[in-house]
Design a protein around this ligand. Structure first.
Ligand code: SF4
Length: 470
């Protein structure tokens, strides 16, 4: 997928004017955002679990080479194969070769952000192999030829009516907007595809070093049918998904679903270890794990290492005021919301995504809700510094920031300048109490008035309040 992140502002403006999108995004607040709050309240040890989750991921990252080698050894012991992919092209080639060796015409897929990251569907289609998405949201966006707009709910940007229209056109059945009937239609189509597929491709939420297992969580059971019915199963996952033990996985699972959707646990948690064994009634004959680096080892030891703790729960976007107004497609690449604003510049280059770290009010809500305590605002700040250093912002903004930086390093001069500015603004705005337009503040005044300051700086008001305290 070609990044279009530089168009964030215009896409966000279009998103704000799209009533369907605004209706769909409104559901996140009352659904997942509220669900997380209630789930956390019901679990007294939730904050403690978050600390443990952070520590598990930090430990795994600090010993990544050890756990990856242990994972590979256990997969081989179980009769599976491990393929190491340095980048997206290598991962695509490996998956294609596995599919071709199985003479695959159709592959079923359960939701995998790594498959999105490497553009797997387009590649397989170009090679004459038909990928079929089996997650309901992914199935919907595949029909619409769109990328996902959310980590957990890829089609969360659509209303029920839009899905009803789509299914009427695609399935050729009488229109219905009954959710149960809509799901039933998708199920009927997909059941056939499961039976036709030669290869099943899944992602993995966690890879377990002590057993060589891959764990998936879904609410639809589609990953289970994807990995269990075809004769070949391919797991495609990035390196940082490896954690030491099954016990660690269950600690992480306890915070994952609660943070994502407010569920105590996802409906299906599946542990996949190796291919079908003698005596097993079902299961794939081949079990492949494709381990993708794609720049992640370069993040180890860098100021962005914390980002590798991400367990893709989506809580940061569910609680981000910018995401909730602009939606996922405005971010212009695979990863969206606050986590996408950190990861996208990493993967596609800051030159192609420098708008994203600015798509934040720095309210800090994303960090507050992240189950593995990733300091997202800090990481976005690092990218803003890079943006400034590489001169990627307009010269007026650079000059403004340069002037502000000069003053900020000279407190006495800063206080004098702000006192003067507040005094002038206070006098100019005294009559109307607000400004409809103001130089350097067009971003604010384009859609609302700027309240006129009372004529004193924040510091002056603060000092006066301190003095008048009893
Ligand atoms: S950054 Fe944190 S909150 Fe956001 S998806 Fe990753 S784990 Fe979840």
């Amino acid at each position: 997928m070609q990044p279009t992140s530089l168009a964030f502002q215009s896409k966000a403006a279009a998103a704000l004017a799209d009533p369907n999108l605004q209706t769909a995004l409104g559901g996140i607040k009352t659904g997942w955002q509220r669900g997380r709050i209630l789930a956390a309240e019901r679990l007294p040890e939730f904050e403690q679990l978050r600390d443990q989750a952070r520590d598990i991921k930090n430990h795994a990252l600090a010993n990544l080479d050890f756990y990856l080698e242990a994972f590979e050894a256990r997969v081989l012991d179980a009769g599976g194969q491990v393929h190491w992919a340095r980048d997206a092209a290598e991962a695509r080639r490996i998956v294609q070769e596995i599919c071709e060796s199985a003479d695959a015409k159709t592959v079923t897929k359960s939701k995998s952000m790594i498959a999105e990251e490497i553009g797997l569907n387009d590649h397989l289609e170009a090679a004459g192999i038909t990928p079929v998405e089996t997650d309901l949201g992914e199935y919907i966006i595949q029909l619409r030829k769109e990328p996902p707009s959310h980590l957990v709910g890829p089609a969360v940007h659509l209303t029920k009516d839009q899905v009803a229209d789509l299914f009427e056109q695609t399935h050729g059945l009488p229109r219905t907007d009954d959710p149960t009937e809509l799901v039933g239609q998708a199920r009927t189509v997909l059941r056939q595809k499961y039976l036709q597929a030669d290869v099943g491709i899944t992602g993995a939420n966690f890879l377990i070093a002590e057993t060589g297992s891959a764990i998936t969580v879904t609410n639809e059971g589609n990953a289970e049918l994807t990995q269990g019915l075809p004769k070949v199963h391919v797991v495609i996952a990035s390196l940082e998904k490896v954690i030491p033990s099954m016990e660690d996985a269950f600690t992480l699972l306890r915070v994952l679903a609660r943070s994502a959707t407010g569920q105590e646990f996802s409906a299906y948690t599946t542990v996949m270890t190796g291919p079908k064994r003698p005596g097993d009634l079902d299961g794939p004959e081949q079990f492949h794990v494709v381990l993708l680096d794609n720049g992640r080892t370069g993040m180890i030891g860098s100021k962005f290492q914390d980002m590798l703790r991400c367990i893709r729960c989506g809580a940061c976007m569910n609680n981000c005021p910018v995401y909730l107004a602009a939606g996922g497609h405005a971010y212009g690449w695979v990863y969206v919301g606050p986590m996408g604003s950190v990861l996208t510049p990493q993967f596609v280059g800051i030159e192609s995504a420098h708008t994203l770290p600015n798509a934040s009010t720095f309210c800090g809500r994303c960090e507050e809700v992240c189950p593995v305590r990733i300091p997202l605002p800090n990481l976005m700040r690092h990218w803003r510094e890079e943006q400034f250093k590489r001169q990627l912002m307009p010269s007026t903004v650079r000059q403004g920031l340069g002037a502000w930086g000069y003053l900020a390093r000279r407190p006495a001069l800063y206080r004098l300048a702000t006192r003067l500015a507040m005094g002038v603004l206070g006098r100019l705005g005294k009559k109307r109490g607000r400004f409809a337009r103001l130089p350097l503040a067009e971003g604010w005044t384009v859609s609302r008035d700027l309240p006129a300051p009372e004529g004193r700086t924040f510091m002056q008001q603060w000092r006066q309040r301190q003095r008048s305290r009893p």
